[in-house]
Ligand binder design. Structure first.
Ligand code: FES
Length: 122
């Protein structure tokens, strides 16, 4: 059994894209609106993006998105960005488990609130 098979947090869900540069802020907002208590964006190490600068673009969006989330009262710890290569599965698992611990400490994002009752942008 590899590192990923041993240690994925059971609540983790994955949305795979070809490059972090492809991640629109809407993808992250949709994750939170769909009930996620936290979102982790995993990307290639800076300088290793196969599409050259996708991870730099994603990093800029990440900082902007964290500020926007703060406007809605969402703690910045609920959104994280990690650089992990395909040969670092243990690092990926560790980052996921660390995020789970952070989210547990923060508590549920919207307990009992339905999407209809949500005041999020749309
Ligand atoms: S290919 Fe662009 S971040 Fe991995």
């Amino acid at each position: 059994m590899n590192a990923i098979g041993k240690g994925f947090p059971p609540g983790a869900r994955f949305v795979r894209v070809m490059c972090t540069g492809r991640i629109e802020p809407e993808f992250v907002l949709r994750g939170f609106r769909s009930g996620a208590d936290g979102v982790v964006i995993f990307g290639c190490h800076l300088g290793d993006c196969h599409y050259r600068g996708g991870n730099y673009a994603a990093l800029r969006r990440f900082y902007l998105l964290r500020k926007v989330l703060g406007q809605f009262g969402i703690e910045e710890g609920r959104l994280r960005m990690e650089w992990v290569s395909s040969c670092e599965p243990a690092k990926l698992v560790d980052a996921l488990n660390s995020m789970v611990e952070t989210v547990k400490d923060l508590g549920p994002l919207r307990s009992g609130e339905t999407e209809e009752g949500c005041s999020w942008p749309g």
